[in-house]
Design a protein. Structure first.
Lengths: 218, 211
């Protein structure tokens, strides 16, 4: 979706302000949010793409003013409700009013290492890769109202395939509960002038990781 | 919902200064626990892991090894997940890590414009600036300007390559080894490797400079 999360190339947000000696968490609740997110992912409550999609659907003003972990918490509430894992009445009450739904598994201290290792996104290819390194490709001019990982600044632009990453679960499908729909994934590199016009710094190149359905031969 | 919608009792074990977010997150944890979805002891362990075990030191060890062991460096650039898997690292690495090498001709910089994808297993949790709008919006359009915000200036003819992490691949920058470190041990070298040098918004420390 063309949400405010898709901010590559936007102006006006000001300077980057690094914080010296930044702690992992600024408030204890931030750590709880992160931990719940990991635990619910492990349990199979929802996929990471559902989490991203729920954040993207926050109202733009909320998205821009909420902190990172606030966004996570708001998205988690949405996923909990939308997936029938708890009701709005329970969130309002602050405790469970009904038993939980069965989930795939539960993260316990005994399996914490396994739970903190990233899962693999490789999937069995359904067809041979359409592109190889060196191929010129044009990204599609697509504007789905649902989750996608093709940023707006890189749509309808010509670039070069640099790396082939194998076949991966396709976020656009996963986020809309259409299964993994495995797709080949490529690093596609663009000249800065292709993305930002003739005044752009010619020493800059920008790459995205693009799934095959985002690409046509150029 | 507002945090005040729910009945949180009147035992005042949490006082009245608790923020809305604290109350809201506490309610969520209570519900997920009561439903049997999460185990609070596992949540404690996750928080502790990210506070004490997984941080930029993990990535620094990998970089220092690559600086001292050419065969490892080549393996890292060929397949970072596999190469790091051979180290018996404190945190296991997922399948999709890619190391990109800085050279005198090319400087690499990592961003995630769409959310905040970041190589957690190598660098720990991302800093706030990495997740915030100024960096995410500008890194792909004005990387030299972003580097100036970090006090970093590159020669005008150095190629800058910005990697936007738009899928599940994760990127680790392999910075250039500082001059004057000939004969240094891996541990000594690792102490020079900063988090920002592995994101591409900084350089490693130089020998003798105040840390």
């Amino acid at each position: 979706m063309n949400g405010v999360h898709d901010m590559g190339g936007m102006d006006g947000f000001g300077k980057v302000e690094p914080e010296p000696n930044e702690p992992p968490f600024h408030e204890p609740w931030e750590g709880r949010v992160l931990a719940m997110q990991r635990a619910m992912g492990y349990a199979g409550g929802w996929h990471i793409d559902n989490s991203r999609a729920a954040q993207e659907r926050l109202p733009p003003a909320v998205y821009l003013t909420a902190s990172y972990y606030q966004r996570w918490a708001l998205a988690m509430e949405r996923n909990v409700i939308e997936r029938g894992l708890a009701g709005p009445d329970e969130l309002a009450a602050g405790h469970a009013l009904r038993p939980g739904k069965p989930l795939k598994r539960k993260l316990t201290p005994e399996v914490i290492k396994e739970g903190l290792t990233r899962g693999s996104f490789y999937r069995q290819a359904q067809a041979p890769a359409r592109f190889k390194p060196g191929d010129r490709v044009r990204t599609r001019n697509m504007h789905p109202p649902t989750h996608t990982r093709l940023p707006r600044y890189a749509r309808a632009r010509v670039g070069t395939v640099e790396l082939v990453h194998g076949c991966h679960a396709f976020p656009d499908a996963v986020a809309t509960d259409r299964g993994d729909d495995p797709q080949w994934l490529y690093t596609v590199v663009f000249e800065s002038r292709e993305l930002w016009g003739p005044d752009a710094d010619p020493t800059v190149k920008i790459s995205i990781d693009a799934f095959e359905p985002y690409l046509d031969p150029a | 919902m507002s945090a005040h919608d729910h009945d949180h009792g009147h035992d005042h074990d949490h006082g009245s200064e608790l923020s809305e977010m604290q109350l809201r997150v506490r309610a969520l944890e209570t519900i997920l626990t009561e439903k049997g979805y999460v185990d609070p002891a596992a949540l404690d362990a996750i928080v502790e892991t990210y506070e004490t075990k997984i941080g930029p030191r993990n990535g620094a060890r990998v970089v220092a090894k690559a600086w001292t062991d050419p065969a490892f460096k080549q393996a890292l650039l060929d397949d970072a997940s596999k190469a790091i898997g051979t180290l018996g690292h404190v945190s296991r690495v997922g399948d999709h890590l890619i190391a990109v090498e800085n050279t005198p001709q090319r400087h690499n910089m990592i961003v995630c414009t769409l959310c905040s994808c970041y190589p957690w297993e190598m660098l720990g949790l991302p800093p706030v600036w990495y997740k915030a709008s100024p960096y995410r919006s500008r890194a792909v359009k004005d990387p030299r300007g972003v580097l100036r915000d970090f006090g970093v200036t590159l020669p005008a003819d150095t190629e800058i390559r910005v990697w936007d992490s738009t899928a599940e691949t994760r990127f680790l920058v392999l910075p250039m080894r500082p001059a004057g470190t000939e004969g240094w041990s891996e541990a000594q070298l690792a102490a020079l490797v900063t988090r920002d040098s592995m994101i591409g918004t900084g350089f490693p420390k130089t020998p003798g400079a105040p840390s």
